[in-house]
Structure formats: C-alpha cells, structure tokens
Design a protein around this ligand. Structure first.
Ligand code: SAH
Length: 348
C-alpha cells in the first residue's frame, strides 16, 4: 500500500489521537480502542482484518490512513538455531533482527536505527552510514515478527529482548521508549520490562535522562576498555564522552534504578589483553554494582582486531571474580550467518 499525501501512518497516532479522530467523524470514542487493539495487540497489517468494524468504518480508515508494516524479506537459520531476519521497511531500507534460542530463554535482538553514526572500529554496522532512526512501530514489529518465529520454530514464547542490533538506541531515545511502552503494555505484548535490556555505547547525558524518566528496563554498556586512551582509539564517542563522565552518569542511574549495570567487553589481542587493562576494568567496576560479559569477538573481515587468547580471558575472569564481580564469558551465536554481535551489516 502506498500512502498518499492525505493518508497518514495510523500507528503514529496515540490512543487519544484515535479517539479524537473518531469523535470528529461522528463516531464513538470506543471505536478507537478497537482499532488500537488491532494495530498493536493483534498486529493487523490491513484494515480488512479488523472484522469487528463495520465496512463503512474500514473504508473510512482506508481513506485516511495507511498501516506501514515491516516485512521479513529474508530469513537465514544458523546451524545453532539462531535466526537472522533482513527486515524491509516501508521505504525500502533494510535492518536486521536476530532470534537467539537457548535452553531456558529465547531472545530477540532488535535494531533501533538504519546504520549507525558512532564509528566503533570493530563493528560492521559502523561501516554503514546512519540513514535514519526507526519509528516506534518498526521496532515493535521486529519483536512481533520474532515472537511469531519463536512460536513457529521452537513452540515457546519469546522471553527476552535486547537492543543490541543495528544502531545506537540512546540516539533514538523517544522512539525506543515508545516501542518499549508498547512492548510492555497490556494493550501491546505485555512483556515485563525486566526482560528488556538496552545496550549503549554509554552516552552520559542520555543515561541520566533514562534515570530521570525512571525507566524500568535493564542497562548494558559497551565498555570494551576502562582506559580513556585505548577506549577513544576504538570507540570515538569516548573522546567527547569520557569514562569519568560515563561513571558519573552510571552512579546517577544506579542511585535511582538500583539494578546492576552490565558491561560488555571484548578482549582483543594486543589491544586490551594485559593485566593493566584488566585492572583498570576492575577499578572501573567499583563505581556501581555491575556484572561483566566478556563477549567473543566476531571478526568483520579486515583482521585489524583479533580475539585474545583463552588465557587472557581467564586472567580477566579470575581477577574480576576474585573481587566478587560476576563475570561470564559469552560465546557467540549465529556466526555462520553473520548474525553475531557487530556483524549486522546487510550483506544482502
Ligand atoms: N550501539 C549499541 C548496541 C549495538 S552493538 C552498543 O554499542 O551497545 C551490540 C554489542 O555488540 C555492543 O556491545 C558492541 O560493542 C558489540 N560488538 C560490536 N561489534 C562487535 C564484534 N565485531 N564482535 C563482538 N561484539 C561486537
């Protein structure tokens, strides 16, 4: 369906906006509830699916609005069960989302932007220019699509959502928050906020905003090094947003939220695989209660970064665990289909 100048994207309207629309059309505000439920809870892709509305009402909606739904353009399955979706947006742009099945949980990894503006040197998405932010419904639809795949292929529901796909969620804050509101609302997917994790490069002022907004989901920070010089070299955001500013924001967040922060950390050969870097991380971990995920590096072709030895990983883990910090070594999933962290880059 192609929208015309007079047809608006109906999912940009709040429930209140919809009520106003129906009242203006001489209908009952209750109609808005029905439509809203079709749009969000039942993920209708077409006004004709809204079978409890009269034909004239459906025609009225068609005349005024379109439903811009995402389409799973291509689906790849890894030998380990991981599913990667190439998701086509209404304007033809593509993002990727991933379903990660584990014994006890099924996790959706979703994108928040088309491309990314941050230029982290080790990430494939960084090579794509940031094209635009995703709308709330485009984020929400990725979750719905994965939930359906979860039931279809694994016979059980989606349990967790991580914003670790393409893009920086805190640079598309309003839409991410709106999508999470819909995901957690009984009028939407009714998922518990504690099952949702937003992962960020660590934009200090946005972390403070999240604290002020009293959001209920979890926070993960892609730290990767706790020495400014090294971190700035691999993550340019650190130049304008230092580790000290980040620490201050995290303290502010923890004071309000009282939940451990997760640090994501890759150990690379010759970059941060020495005891000096591990000790800097240990020291950084004193700022707020936290846990550390040492994530396996997924090569993105040019060989500048290489996964550190198992010995280096053990050194990190022993040091941190020795000081009471929960530290997990996370093996990658879906590598064979480029669905692992940092590999999302639309090869299709
Ligand atoms: N912009 C957000 C979310 C997207 S990246 C963020 O930076 O947190 C999701 C995670 O994958 C981040 O921790 C990121 O640092 C990590 N990552 C990026 N490239 C990677 C790679 N090649 N191998 C392993 N992890 C990578």
């Amino acid at each position: 369906m192609v929208s015309t100048a007079t047809q608006r994207d109906i999912r940009k309207l709040s429930l209140e906006d919809l009520k106003t629309f129906f009242v203006e059309q001489g209908d009952k505000p209750f109609r808005a509830q029905q439509v809203y439920e079709w749009l969000w809870k039942k993920s209708a892709k077409d006004f004709d699916q809204m079978t409890n509305l009269s034909l004239p009402t459906r025609e009225l909606l068609k005349a005024h609005f379109v439903i811009n739904h995402i389409r799973v353009d291509q689906m790849q399955r890894s030998v380990d069960g991981t599913i990667k979706n190439a998701v086509k947006l209404h304007d033809g742009l593509i993002v990727e989302s991933v379903l990660i099945p584990k014994e006890k949980r099924i996790t959706a990894c979703v994108s928040s932007q088309v491309g990314c503006s941050l230029d982290c040197k080790f990430c494939a998405t960084a090579r794509l220019k940031r094209m635009r932010n995703l709308n709330a419904d485009e984020i929400y639809d990725q979750v719905v699509a994965i939930q359906q795949q979860s039931e279809l292929f694994f016979g059980r529901p989606l349990t967790n959502i991580v914003f670790m796909g393409m893009g920086e969620p805190l640079l598309n804050y309003a839409n991410v928050i709106e999508a999470i509101d819909k995901i957690t609302s009984p009028k939407g997917l009714n998922m518990a906020p504690k099952r949702i994790t937003v992962s960020t490069v660590g934009i200090a002022k946005m972390i403070k905003k999240m604290a002020d907004d009293e959001v209920k989901f979890n926070l993960a920070v892609s730290l990767h090094d706790a020495i400014n010089e090294t971190r700035s070299a691999i993550m340019p955001i650190n130049e304008s947003n230092s580790l000290e500013e980040l620490a201050e924001a995290l303290k502010y967040w923890y004071a309000k939220r009282k939940r451990k922060v997760t640090y994501e950390y890759v150990v690379w050969k010759g970059i941060n695989d020495t005891r000096t870097h591990a000790e800097a991380l240990l020291k950084y971990c004193q700022h707020v209660p936290c846990k550390v995920n040492l994530i396996e590096y997924n090569p993105i072709d040019d060989g500048a970064f290489q996964q550190a030895s198992d010995e280096a990983l053990r050194m990190y883990q022993e040091l941190l665990e020795g000081h009471g910090i929960t530290t997990r070594i996370r093996k990658s999933r879906g590598k064979d289909i480029d669905a692992a962290c940092g590999q999302l880059a639309n090869k299709s």
